[in-house]
Ligand binder design. Structure first.
Ligand SMILES: *Cc1c(COP(=O)(O)O)cnc(C)c1O
Length: 366
């Protein structure tokens, strides 16, 4: 008997190219889209190593843990890096970027994370893109946590390197990822003697041996199962409609925020302003005297399938993450998460209003 995962026909170059085209359509881009055979960290690192070198001056915007990592890679490439860090409870503004570019006119590379699932904020990329384009710098964007949850429009926003992964709002696999690459970005790579070549990190290998060859011969055996899962996930988004997938995420974020406020017990949105809060996931601040990691563990005891997590690293003390993305961008997941958090707070002697929270979620969803 043939096994559904194991006995597959090889994935053809045509099929691979058609999956790339479908991802390009999802991003509304006419740029080249390369599907990389690894988790999103592969194109995130590959794109920096391909474009940055000792001659690069970068503005690295830090609104969460990923921005920190990008700065480390840029420095490792020999780039001069100006970090622009904003507190995790807020977002960066286009004005702050304009100011930083005016202070250091030699900046020729800007790295930014669109939305951060780890901190729950989202940055105004359309406005920032205008400022970066005006300045002429290459614009690198991590859209892993935003794609599927809110608009991601590399062409309209002037993004030169836009990295996405399917494992968050797209509800897809984590083992392959994609990057759209502008002509300017390809030229920067071609001119960079340190850009990886004949390497798993290399974007230029894909350009020269896959794209320029008319996408007829793959560089190596593709991650076949993950490619099929990516195709299925894009198909499912197309069937539901991207607009309605994004609307589900926006509703989940608004409902979680409203529900948490109505619940009481000292629980508060971690991101102060609703406009800075990411549709992909909502972060909450635990009441003083309550450890977020303990509260989450207690809440998960009632239902381990709920999309709840404590913040990473030092944030585990104070931050609760409601990961209402992909299949969890539903009223049920949000209601269940707040009810479980409410019960856990009540067990610790805090006063909560479960019924108000339930009604607030219901009201905000519409
Ligand atoms: C989730 C995420 C990634 C991918 O990281 P994983 O932890 O492997 O899922 C990359 N960038 C951002 C901003 C993310 O939120």
């Amino acid at each position: 008997m043939t096994h559904p995962f194991l006995d597959l026909a090889p994935l053809s170059a045509d099929r691979f190219a058609s999956i790339e085209d479908r991802v390009a359509r999802l991003l509304g881009t006419g740029q080249d889209v390369v599907i990389m055979q690894g988790e999103a960290l592969l194109p995130l690192e590959g794109a920096i190593r391909a474009t940055a070198g000792p001659g690069t001056t970068a503005l690295n915007v830090i609104t969460g843990p990923y921005g920190q990592t990008f700065g480390d890679w840029l420095r490792d490439c020999g780039a001069t890096v100006h970090d622009l860090a904003v507190p995790f409870h807020t977002a960066v503004t286009a004005d702050r970027i304009r100011q930083a570019l005016a202070e250091h006119p030699e900046i020729d590379f800007v790295s930014l994370v669109h939305a951060e699932a780890a901190t729950g904020n989202t940055n105004p990329v359309a406005e920032i893109g205008e400022v970066v384009r005006e300045h002429g710098a290459l614009f690198y964007l991590d859209a892993v946590a935003s794609v599927g949850a809110e608009p991601v429009l590399p062409d309209a926003w002037g993004v030169d390197l836009c990295v996405i992964g399917a494992q968050k709002a797209m509800g897809g696999p984590a083992g392959v990822s994609a990057v759209s690459v502008s002509e300017r970005a390809w030229a920067r790579m071609a001119a960079n003697p340190r850009a990886p070549r004949r390497s798993y990190l290399s974007l230029l290998d894909w350009k020269e041996r896959w794209i320029d060859g008319g996408r007829t011969t793959l560089l190596h055996a593709p991650a076949q199962l993950e490619m099929l899962a990516l195709e299925a996930c894009v198909e499912r988004i197309e069937a539901e409609g991207l607009e309605s997938v994004m609307a589900r995420h926006a509703a989940a974020a608004a409902a979680t925020r409203a529900g948490a406020l109505a619940l009481g017990g000292g629980l508060e949105p971690y991101v102060y302003e609703a406009r800075d809060a990411a549709p992909v996931a909502t972060t909450l601040r635990a009441p003083s005297g309550v450890l977020a990691s303990e509260l989450v563990a207690r809440a998960l005891r009632s239902d381990p399938t709920l999309p709840l997590a404590a913040g990473g690293g030092a944030l585990a003390k104070e931050m609760i993450r409601v990961n209402h993305y992909g299949p969890n961008a539903t009223p049920g997941a949000v209601q269940g998460s707040l009810a479980a958090l409410g019960s856990a707070l009540a067990e610790q002697g805090l006063e909560v209003d479960l019924e108000s929270a339930r009604q607030a979620v219901e009201g905000a969803w519409k």
